[in-house]
Design a protein around this ligand. Structure first.
Ligand SMILES: Cc1cc2nc3c(=O)[nH]c(=O)nc-3n(C[C@H](O)[C@H](O)[C@H](O)COP(=O)(O)O)c2cc1C
Length: 440
């Protein structure tokens, strides 16, 4: 079994042994630097990635645990808080407690954003930039707790010998309505006080699944233009209805990790190799639409979580060293940054690096590999990671996420995920109750 690095020499040794060649520096000051994107100034280069807590109230408003989570993130000093997956249509909720923004609960979202901003300001002297992730869960929709998939196309890798009935394939007219809902959610997010909206296009939810709809007929399938239509047109529409200073962005899967014709950003030679050609085209198109910031990610958390979030313990033994998975995401992001240098990029999948994460992130940022370091599971386990990096010169081995996958286990069991190890007072009882301490 592998282990998250608690000692940076251990990381350096394995980085050399595996020839992953991740850059590393002891000089972390770049992580404290501000970043200007359009008219927005990001207070530093550290971000809490989107981390869903499945803890809304029944109407989709932020609940008690939601407020607790964002209070911890806001206090923690990250300059960016990428506010978790928030549904834009009731039937596209991933679970009955997924946040769902709409006209009737807008004030609750407003209060939540105000609370984040004021907490950050009071604690750290700056308010974080908060970006709302707008989503339709597509294949993974479970609005009432049981699967109600709405898919772009049938995928034998996922469905195996139980294909989802054709009626679940959404029509072009339905996708037009999703586009309107995403644009409407962007306008709602702006009214709620968010600094920006993420038209979510990752992890094989609906928008992301369309990117590989090579064999789908109609306006949303086949050509690259068609497969990226929902994303491009939603972004263009959101930019039109929102103010100039409001950030319109996307969390984008640039590599799915499934063979052609079932994966985006994958070579068409039958291998699982990353092919940046189409992602590069898409990023250039988005730049042309005025987008100046993207949040880059890879993989599918349901089918190849080792690609999405390299882990030390999880549902299966990964087919590669977790460090190689981290390297794929970080070097993949760097490759795209070099292709479109004007686009500011946030990276993903740093958590497995443990105490070496800030050193690797700082080296990438210095080399022009990306602009902001995004931390996912770390935000659950160690919400004040940014404050420790900025004020104490690094992360503490006793506080890091150990990448044990227990947060995901809770989520898959229909509960409210959080860190079972480092926030055990709240989440250990939830874990024991739902997962019974069973082995993954
Ligand atoms: C419990 C849990 C919830 C997540 N929720 C979201 C989400 O709402 N939106 C999203 O884009 N990614 C989500 N992710 C993925 C993370 O943002 C991140 O990409 C992943 O954990 C890899 O980064 P890390 O290595 O820093 O953890 C979630 C991951 C976990 C484990």
């Amino acid at each position: 079994m592998s282990r998250v690095y608690t000692n940076n020499n251990e990381f350096k040794r394995q980085n050399a042994d595996l020839k992953t060649n991740l850059p590393y520096t002891e000089e972390l000051s770049v992580l404290s630097e501000k970043l200007t994107v359009g008219s927005t100034v990001f207070p530093n280069r550290l971000a809490c990635q989107a981390m869903e807590g499945c803890d809304s109230t029944a109407d989709g408003s932020p609940g008690e645990l939601t407020a607790r989570r964002y209070g911890r993130f806001a206090k923690g000093g990250a300059g960016t808080i990428w506010f978790e997956a928030t549904a834009v249509m009731e039937e596209g909720r991933a679970n009955p407690r997924q946040l769902y923004i709409n006209e009737s609960n807008l004030d609750d979202f407003k209060r939540q954003v105000e609370e984040i901003k004021s907490t950050g300001l009071k604690q750290n002297g700056y308010a974080p930039i908060v970006i709302m992730q707008a989503t339709h869960s597509g294949r993974y929709s479970k609005p009432h707790g049981s699967p109600r998939p709405l898919i772009a196309y049938n995928n034998p890798i996922f469905e195996k010998d139980a294909p989802i009935p054709k009626e679940a394939i959404v029509s072009d007219e339905y996708l037009d309505r999703v586009k309107e809902a995403l644009i409407n959610a962007a306008a709602l997010a702006e009214r709620a006080g968010f600094d920006g909206v993420d038209i979510k296009c990752c992890h094989r939810y609906l928008n992301s699944e369309l990117l590989s709809a090579y064999n789908r007929k109609g306006r949303y399938g086949g050509s690259l233009e068609n497969r990226t239509r929902l994303l491009r047109e939603s972004i263009a529409g959101a930019s039109e209805v929102c103010g100039q200073d409001f950030i319109v962005t996307s969390r984008l899967n640039v590599y799915d990790g499934f063979k052609y014709p079932y994966g985006f950003g994958v070579s068409d030679n039958g291998s699982l190799e990353f092919d940046p050609k189409e992602p590069e085209w898409l990023i250039k198109e988005l730049y042309g639409l005025g987008v100046r910031l993207l949040n880059i990610t890879m993989g599918n958390p349901y089918f190849n979580p080792h690609v999405n979030r390299p882990f030390a313990a999880g549902p299966y033994t990964p087919p590669e060293e977790p460090l190689s998975g981290v390297a794929r995401v970080l070097f993949g992001t760097e490759r795209l940054k070099k292709a479109v240098p004007g686009m500011k990029l946030i990276c993903s999948a740093l958590t497995y690096l443990g105490t070496a994460a800030p050193n690797v992130a700082a080296a990438f940022i210095k080399n022009g590999g990306f602009d902001i370091a995004g931390f996912g599971r770390t935000a659950f386990a160690y919400p004040d990671f940014a404050s420790d990096i900025i004020n104490k010169g690094g992360m503490s081995a006793g506080k890091i996420c150990i990448a044990c996958s227990k947060c995901t286990e809770i989520m898959r069991a229909g509960g409210t995920p959080g860190c079972v190890i480092r926030d055990s007072g709240v989440y250990m009882p939830i874990y024991k109750n739902l997962c019974g301490g069973k082995k993954q």
